[in-house]
Design a protein around this ligand. Structure first.
Ligand code: ITT
Length: 196
């Protein structure tokens, strides 16, 4: 069985491939296909955007397609950047981090509680056949640390391990992360489907 991992984000792709490793499915990435325009992410929630992306790529390729919509929600910023995480204040993470610290410092809330959320959706036969969500709770680090992971990982401090998620090896991050939890449920679903 072929399964399209419908993401344009190489950091996500690496993590997803790691979590689904060992399943009897052939993971196909967008790189392996002729170019497809990206869909507009018009949803107001992670769930809506994940469904929209999964259905869009499924309809474009006819392959069963999984999409993840995810982001960082910072409590002291009212849940921002949230569903806008990828493009909020541009795409240069050094600039994005500076803006976050500036906004948090203005509120005296540098170590604000924060969470990463991941919603995964699987589209097949023209509908969403499975979806799941995962969350990891932490806080904003006093300063960026670590060079693993991707995106906002250097500023997301996870107290139970005393590190930012950019200081965790990929397989360790997967055991605690929003993506690890959401895709862990997808993994169990696929196992059941493939078994019977
Ligand atoms: P696709 O839509 O093509 O999958 P994208 O990066 O645009 O790629 P999203 O719209 O879901 O995906 O935005 C997710 C953003 O949230 C991502 O670009 C990061 O900025 C942030 N993010 C999500 N998960 C993260 C993680 O595990 N570590 C760090 N940042 C993360």
């Amino acid at each position: 069985m072929k399964l399209l991992v419908a993401t344009t984000n190489p950091g996500k792709l690496r993590e997803i491939a790691g979590i689904l490793e060992g399943l009897p499915v052939e993971l196909v990435s967008l790189d392996a296909l002729p170019p497809i325009d990206e869909p507009e992410e018009t949803g107001a929630t992670f769930a809506e955007n994940a469904r929209l992306k999964a259905l869009y790529y499924h309809r474009a390729t006819r392959l069963p397609s999984i999409a993840d919509d995810s982001g960082l929600a910072i409590e002291a910023l009212g849940g921002a950047p949230g569903v806008h995480s990828a493009r909020w204040e541009g795409t240069d993470y050094a600039v994005k981090f500076r803006k976050i610290y500036e906004l948090l410092d203005a509120k005296g809330a540098r170590g604000s509680p924060a969470r990463f959320v991941c919603h995964v959706a699987l589209a097949d036969e023209d509908r969403i056949v499975f979806e799941a969500e995962g969350v990891i709770e932490g806080r904003i680090a006093d300063e960026p640390r670590g060079d693993k992971g991707f995106g906002y990982d250097p500023i997301f401090y996870y107290p139970p391990l005393g590190r930012t998620t950019a200081e965790l090896e990929r397989d360790v991050k997967a055991t605690v992360s929003h993506r690890g939890k959401a895709f862990g449920k997808l993994r169990e679903y696929l196992k059941r489907q493939l078994a019977g």
